[in-house]
Design a protein around this ligand. Structure first.
Ligand code: HMG
Length: 443
């Protein structure tokens, strides 16, 4: 029996009806990072395709970033929390072994009490797993006409001085998923019935329970990614899928932007065998420039955001190619180390006015602040300190210095084994005033 391309036909009217991103306020240019650490900048810019790396402030974590992305989605798209019956947070940098990030988000976003809320983990594959589960929940009739909220949130962190450090990043992407949307709400419709999945137990990248940083077998992880892509694409083509060359755009999981070029080379290698004709080098480069490069914009500016990476590529495509992307058919490849991967397709809604001004990527990038290498190291140190028990004290609520002005959610450390969060700008200002006036206060 062929399990490769599912024979069950999905409802074709499952649509992502809203997508918004959260991008950290600080970034470090790769050029500066390279020069400070004695590396040829071309290695990062030309070799890996990177430009800037998003840096989180110590008061940010997977919870605060997910809340910011969800809040952006609700505010900019005008969703009513009561319309949601499912929340899945996809993360590989969760904050607790038992309590999901989703429990905090359920409260912070005022979701209804009869809304299922849980986390989903499989390295960078988590969000695609969550989106396909949300689509299945809708198709099965379990949703009762309600929508699903999928939020991908992660901080990509490697050891200081390691090869992986250049591929760090952070961010969150929130997706509202529904069915039967009017044309005025259609952003993109994922098709998980014409797809191909590949899973294998490999030790290419992981984060041991005792560690804040990921451990990675870098070169091997690239091999695993390409092997999974090759297996998915071959299965997808053998199951009746169209050539990759026929899609208007291709979106990839982007651990670093240059990975997209390696991926296209892999697809072309397989496609030329299947079709018996190969693209000339110039044609392939042209294909890449037009149909792949636009979606790598976010990764070049932010870095790897793990679970949200392929959806950051979607946000990039919608904002950067807004005049061309509407109504187009695209193919996506999601990869999570460990590993699980999926090649699937989607159709983009026909009207770009729907998402214009509501995704937030370009807006967030335009108000970022540059951080030097020394402050980046300080941020890491404070962040590691906050992750220890009993680290909370009201004096930690910073009275202004380096605190991004737009942050509504902040993590302040542990108190009585509980993570302490500030959940609004008003609350942040209230506590900052107390700190400034020297008051000793209890949270
Ligand atoms: P590295 O050893 O520092 O770099 O590791 P390199 O020596 O391989 O150089 C990188 C590229 O730059 C090479 O190009 C060099 O030739 C080139 P390539 O041969 O690959 O085309 N280069 C230069 N170019 C111009 N001028 C120069 C120069 N010097 C070198 N002067 C590596 C790189 C990506 C392995 C490392 O950064 C790493 O370990 N990153 C983290 C792991 C990773 O990103 N893996 C990707 C696949 S796994 C995945 O996607 C899953 C993941 O997202 C996690 C999850 O699923 O949760 C990571």
């Amino acid at each position: 029996m062929n399990h490769i391309v599912e024979t069950v036909t999905f409802r074709s009217d499952v649509w992502v009806e809203g997508i918004s991103v959260y991008v950290p306020h600080y970034f470090m240019p790769h050029r500066e990072f390279a020069l400070t650490t004695g590396v040829d900048p071309d290695k990062y810019t030309a070799g890996l395709g990177c430009k800037n790396m998003a840096i989180t402030h110590p008061v940010e974590d997977a919870v605060t970033m997910a809340a910011e992305a969800g809040e952006n989605l609700f505010t900019w798209w005008g969703f009513d929390p009561d319309d949601f019956g499912l929340l899945i947070v996809a993360t590989e940098t969760g904050v607790d072994w038992a309590k999901p990030v989703a429990s905090y988000i359920h409260q912070f976003l005022s979701l209804p009490s009869d809304c299922r809320a849980f986390d989903l983990q499989h390295a960078c594959f988590g969000a695609t797993g969550a989106l396909s589960m949300a689509a299945g929940w809708i198709c099965s009739g379990m949703s009762g006409g309600r929508k699903a909220l999928v939020i991908a949130t992660d901080i990509a962190k490697y050891e200081v001085g390691s090869a992986g450090e250049a591929t760090q990043g952070a961010g969150a992407v929130a997706l509202a998923v529904g069915a039967g949307a009017e044309t005025t709400k259609r952003v993109f419709s994922p098709n998980f019935s014409l797809n191909a999945v590949y899973s294998q137990n490999v030790m290419d990248f992981w984060r041991p329970g005792y560690s804040q940083n990921a451990v990675v077998n870098g070169k091997y992880s690239i091999e695993c990614y390409l092997k999974a892509l090759g297996a998915c694409y071959t299965k997808y083509r053998m199951g009746g899928g169209r050539s990759y060359r026929q899609f208007s755009y291709l979106l990839f999981h982007l651990p670093f932007p240059k990975m997209a070029w390696k991926a296209v080379l892999k697809l072309e290698e397989i496609e030329s065998e299947i079709s018996g004709s190969a693209l000339a080098d110039g044609e392939l480069a042209d294909f890449y420039e037009k149909r792949v490069s636009p979606s790598t914009f976010g990764a070049r500016q932010i870095g790897n955001i793990y679970c949200g990476s392929v959806y950051l590529a979607m946000a990039s495509l919608l904002e950067v190619e807004k005049d061309c992307a509407a109504g187009e058919e695209i193919a996506l490849f999601s990869y999570g180390s460990g590993c699980c991967a999926e090649f699937f397709t989607a159709v983009i809604g026909g009207r770009r006015e729907i998402w214009e001004g509501k995704i937030g990527l370009l807006k967030a990038l335009s108000r970022r602040e540059r951080l030097d290498y020394k402050t980046y190291l300080e941020f890491r140190k404070v962040s590691d300190g906050l992750a220890h028990s009993e680290s909370f004290s009201v004096g930690r609520i910073p009275a202004g210095q380096h605190i991004p002005p737009e942050l509504r959610y902040m993590f302040l450390g542990y108190k009585r084994n509980r993570r302490m969060y500030i959940t609004s700008i008003a609350e942040r200002d209230y506590w900052s005033d107390k700190v400034r006036s020297g008051a000793q206060s209890q949270f």
